[in-house]
Write a protein that binds this ligand. Structure first.
Ligand SMILES: O=C(O)CCC(=O)C(=O)O
Length: 215
């Protein structure tokens, strides 16, 4: 099945110059976004991942947590991340995001940027577990950070597009976006409040009970 965002999402969101990506500010009302941030900071099982970069073990410059449907797992950077059962407030967010974009999600990678020094490097969410044209939706709460997006073929940061990700916003990527582009959340020297992003996906890794198309 070829995915396209529903008209109800398109009418409330904006294009920012990246094919297969749209940005919706104000997806969550302010008080709801405030409460979600507070619960995420207090209740999720944050870990600092160990990554292997250019043959060296380094600690990720951010905290992360993984949740989803029973059995769902996701392999990236050479490691399998099995989802812990999602807490009810995360499951509710998954359902709301899914309803808004017309898709189902069985897995969320949650990233926590404690300050401007926490970041996420250039990458595409193009792992085999996500299929050839992943639908990926990111709800952001907390301090506003820039998402940078660049075409994979060119590969320089100077021609990247910058999209601010505001408190309560939703970013959607689909179709060839992961194949054609990379994205990152760069460090910033600006004073910035703590931020949490919930990146929802459908993974075929592990034993997910149902298929995304059976929605
Ligand atoms: O924190 C963000 O908005 C980006 C998250 C992301 O790129 C990812 O989880 O793959």
């Amino acid at each position: 099945m070829t995915y396209a965002p529903p008209p109800s999402f398109v009418s409330k969101s904006e294009s920012f110059g990246v094919e297969g990506a749209r940005y919706r500010p104000g997806f969550l009302q302010r008080l709801r976004a405030d409460a979600l941030l507070a619960r995420a900071l207090a209740e999720l099982a944050w870990q600092r991942e160990q990554l292997t970069l250019f043959g060296r073990d380094v600690l990720a410059p951010r905290l992360s947590a993984w949740y989803g449907l029973p059995g769902a797992s996701y392999r990236y950077s050479g490691t399998e991340r099995r989802a812990a059962p999602w807490p009810v407030f995360v499951e509710r967010l998954a359902a709301e995001v899914g309803a808004a974009v017309g898709w189902r999600f069985n897995y969320v990678l949650v990233n926590r940027y404690r300050d401007g020094q926490d970041a996420l490097g250039w990458h595409a969410d193009d792992e085999a577990d996500l299929g050839p044209a992943p639908v990926i939706a990111t709800a952001s709460v907390g301090g506003e950070r820039l998402l940078r997006v660049r075409r994979r073929a060119r590969g320089t940061t100077t021609d990247s597009i910058a999209q601010p990700l505001a408190h309560g916003s939703l970013l959607l990527m689909w179709g060839r976006c992961q194949r054609d582009y990379q994205h990152c959340v760069p460090r910033t020297v600006k004073p910035v409040a703590e931020r949490v992003s919930f990146t929802f996906r459908w993974t075929s890794g592990g034993r997910p009970a149902e298929s995304a198309e059976g929605k």
